[in-house]
Write a new protein. Structure first.
Length: 186
């Protein structure tokens, strides 16, 4: 896990954002990881808003190994959060962090216990086709991604750009200097 960073928003004027980069291992396929990410965002309070506007949380999958993936995921259409929680071994995602494991299981068990049709309808992960694009297309244009990513794995080679992350950051520092980023001591 990288340090925490406070950054100014890209897009409409709004409050600052807080960013980190996390490197993790999973046995999930990319589309199932995306579904799990969308579930986590929903559990943490994210709801649909206008593009680039304030939100409670935004989790992006930056890389998936060295794979280049572009696919449409429409499995969200009829899959409620409660069904999806039953289908995943969520503990495999937390890698020994007990409090996170408890959070996911507590959240999912709450969802599973509520059988009302309105709850299921309200908590669907979409209904739209979601495009899964990995690597994330904006990595090289965002200091708030490059700086913490460099902290976590600076020698990782971007599979599309064919450059190490530290080289991409060094190359972009001058053109992205208008993006303000500051480390937060916790």
């Amino acid at each position: 896990i990288s340090s925490f960073y406070e950054t100014q928003p890209v897009g409409p004027k709004q409050r600052n954002f807080y960013n980190i980069v996390v490197r993790a291992k999973t046995d999930l396929r990319p589309c199932n990881l995306l579904l799990l990410v969308k579930q986590a965002e929903y559990i943490l309070g994210r709801r649909k808003t206008l593009r680039w506007h304030s939100r409670v949380i935004d989790i992006d999958i930056l890389f998936f190994g060295h794979e280049i993936i572009e696919e449409s995921v429409d499995s969200f259409k009829d899959l409620s959060l409660s069904t999806a929680c039953k289908n995943f071994n969520l503990s495999s995602m937390v890698d020994g962090v007990g409090s996170r494991k408890k959070f996911f299981f507590r959240s999912c068990s709450t969802l599973l216990s509520n059988k009302s049709k309105s709850f299921i309808k309200e908590n669907r992960c979409g209904g739209d086709i979601v495009n899964l694009i990995i690597p994330h297309r904006e990595i090289q244009n965002r200091l708030f991604v490059l700086v913490p990513l460099c902290e976590v794995k600076n020698d990782f080679i971007h599979p599309v750009l064919k450059q190490k992350i530290r080289s991409v950051l060094r190359e972009k520092l001058l053109t992205l200097k208008h993006q303000k980023i500051r480390i937060i001591n916790i």
